[in-house]
Design a protein around this ligand. Structure first.
Ligand code: ADP
Ligand code: MG
Length: 236
């Protein structure tokens, strides 16, 4: 299958004194975080510490009560970036076929088919979601996100409901897609080994702030050789 244009280089994010509270409950108490373009960042922390709240702010699905959040990129300050989110539940529409689910939201049919190819599910394009395994459903959800060529991909415990073998297959898939496309990856997980496998950097959210911030390794090389992509690299 012909290769589509690659994603733009991932976008970077800066937050300063970011705050979010629900009634009297202060969840984020002034978060300062710099996420580099193309970085893979994993967020861990105990249940209820504000991981999903932070991801929703990054996705602009929610507004902070204080502080600021900026995307760092070519159009600095603008929110006009492609950000996609994936959850523990695949959230597929049961009355649409697999390829139709991937194509939701102004995606060209050819893009939807290519995204399915990228998650190795070409053969299931015309199936109903109900006929798929849990891991396959998550791959469809991943394809639906990829079809939008995201600059930032947010994964909120995406593998939590899967068995160990399926999880490790998904890890490899997410890692290779991240390496190939160069999007910025922010993932929340409960699983420390998962964090170490996927992350350049792990942060621990604790009491509304960053408790620990650990660089695990240097960014790995990207495999993309497309001229557009190389052009981006050359300018960095
Ligand atoms: P995590 O994802 O780390 O488990 P969340 O970010 O989902 O935690 O939630 C952090 C805290 O904020 C929890 O105590 C949760 O109950 C509360 N919370 C989250 N969203 C809302 C909301 N929309 N209204 C009220 N409380 C909320
Ligand atoms: Mg959560």
């Amino acid at each position: 299958m012909a290769k589509q244009a690659p994603a733009k280089w991932g976008v970077g994010i800066t937050t300063r004194n970011l705050q979010r509270q629900f009634g009297d409950l202060k969840v984020l108490k002034g978060l300062d975080l710099d996420i580099q373009a193309g970085e893979s960042l994993v967020i861990i922390g105990r249940s209820g510490c504000g991981k999903s709240t932070l991801l929703r702010l990054l996705a602009a699905l929610d507004e902070p009560d204080g502080g600021k959040l900026d995307f760092v990129g070519e159009s600095e300050g603008s929110r006009d970036h492609s950000v996609r989110m994936m959850y523990q539940e695949p959230r597929l529409l049961p009355w649409k076929t697999v390829v139709e689910n991937v194509g939701i939201g102004s995606v060209e049919p050819v893009e939807a088919k290519f995204a399915l190819h990228e998650v190795e599910l070409d053969s299931k394009a015309q199936n109903w979601p109900a006929s798929l395994s849990g891991g396959q459903k998550q791959r469809v959800a991943l394809a639906r996100a990829l079809a939008h060529r995201p600059e930032l991909l947010l994964l909120d415990e995406p593998l939590g409901a899967l068995d160990a073998l399926t999880r490790s297959t998904m890890h490899r898939l997410i890692e290779s897609l991240w390496q190939e496309h160069g999007f910025t990856l922010v993932m929340v997980t409960h699983d420390v080994s998962e964090a170490v496998m996927l992350a350049d950097r792990v942060i621990v959210l604790d009491d509304g702030a960053i408790g620990l911030d650990i660089n695990i390794r240097l960014p790995r090389p990207r495999v993309a050789t497309d001229p557009i992509f190389v052009g981006y690299e050359a300018r960095l």
